[in-house]
Write a protein that binds this ligand. Sequence first.
Ligand code: HEM
Length: 497
Amino acid sequence: WEHLVWRPYAIARRHRAQGIHGPPYRFLKGSNEEVRRMKAETADVVLDVHDHNYLPRVAPHFLKWRAQYGEPFLFWFGAKPRICVFDYELVRQILSSKSGHFPKNDAHPNVLELLGKGLVLVNGVDWVRHRRVINPAFAMDKIKAMTETMVSCAQRTFSVFEDQACKNTNREILVEFDKAVQGLTADIISHTAFGSSYKLGMEAFHAQKELQSIAISSLLNVQIPGFSYLPTKRNRRKWMLEKKLRSTLMRVINSRLASKGSGYGNDLLGLMFEGCTTTVQGGKQEQLSLSMEEILHECKTFFFAGYETTSLLLTWTVFLLSVYPEWQERLRGEGLREGGKGNPTGDNLGKLKEMMMVLHEALRLYGPALFMQRKTITDMVVGAITIPKDHAVVIGAPFMHRDKKVWGEDADQFNPMRFANGVARAAKVPHALLAFSIGPRACIGQNFAMLEAKSVMVTVLQKFSFALSPSYVHAPADFLTLQPKFGLPVVMKLLDI
Ligand code: HEM
């Protein structure tokens, strides 16, 4: 009771004394109901396709609280205090902290089950061990060697569309692009992570996808102790999926161990096994094993972290190129100039400067990962404030990506030219783009994601031009990641080239 009744008021008082304010604490519910109500009120708001400021739809509560209380502000997830931070210098200090005093926030049990205790969620010495084992798998030369696989997956997907478009006299087809590209990125991660076991990988993917919808639907519910053990219809379905996911991934892992032969293979799983055995640190051999259980969790992590984020980057890039056809034309021209009509290679893709500018601008305006979270395990001083122990810290990246003081007056607009001199020079601070995060816990898969995005975009641009279908409704939504609420229907026209 002390925890639920008195502590929140004492915490709020302590914050007021240092000038941090926020919505009042409501018994048990904290700010959850206010968030739910405000999100419901804006759920039907539809934007013009040129309007890239979706914050009133996606985070109306943060907009309101920031205007009302200034920043940073304090709000409540149930009885748990959260500080929302928007200032680049504070965020840099939090994300760059190497002391381990800002670990990842505790995940909702459903999210934990979904993601596993893999690299995204582990903390402390475990994180150091996992990251050291997995880092070599994401080295640029290893990733570049996966280009052919990425391109051939993309070609398979788009050749189906090509066949369909050929049958129509206008050589056009309507494609639910977000769904198509979800299937494609799942296919790519299945092939690049699990090699010849990719079919099992796809089975695991389907189970994980359904578990994700269950996790999302329960995120804002107050957690009643013991409820997750009741055999409700939803819980039973969840348990069945978890069992299936686990047994499928175990089959993949066991069959790899059984067929070791001359090596573990050059896919992500094989490279992870290689990393598990030994590594040389400062001349001495070090054992860096991950347990079987940990490897299983990492497989779940690759899937979750690896397919949806990249499919959303592709979805939003195609959305932007449909709205700005002059950039679509520029990228098609660049692809042909650097690589001709043949299969893109790692080297060709490395030369695509304008493509990188567009992908970075898509990540700035429509970064798939919305709000990052950390927690404090002791009182932490950042800038002029103290964030007390046991607080969650929410980093408002989509707000920061629209900060006119940092990005300039055109921060709300699509302007890939801001990245013409590279990411570090695109804004007034070098670490302004937070789409892959910064610091020791930055995305391990960013080179993989960018190579995959380029492989897919060059392949589609070689064959098709595209425009938004008249049925498209611009309503970006927060489903853990930033998604087009009603999908991305696109009219694809087969090119004559
Ligand atoms: C456009 C695509 C992607 C985006 C926008 C993205 C974004 C992010 C962000 C923002 C983080 C940091 C989260 C935090 O600090 O709370 C992260 C971490 C991570 N990402 Fe990605 N990611 C993408 C693709 C990938 C891919 C393709 C993989 C793997 C195949 C991957 C694996 C991971 C892992 C394992 C971490 C945790 C790293 C650590 O904590 O050491 N990501 N990602």
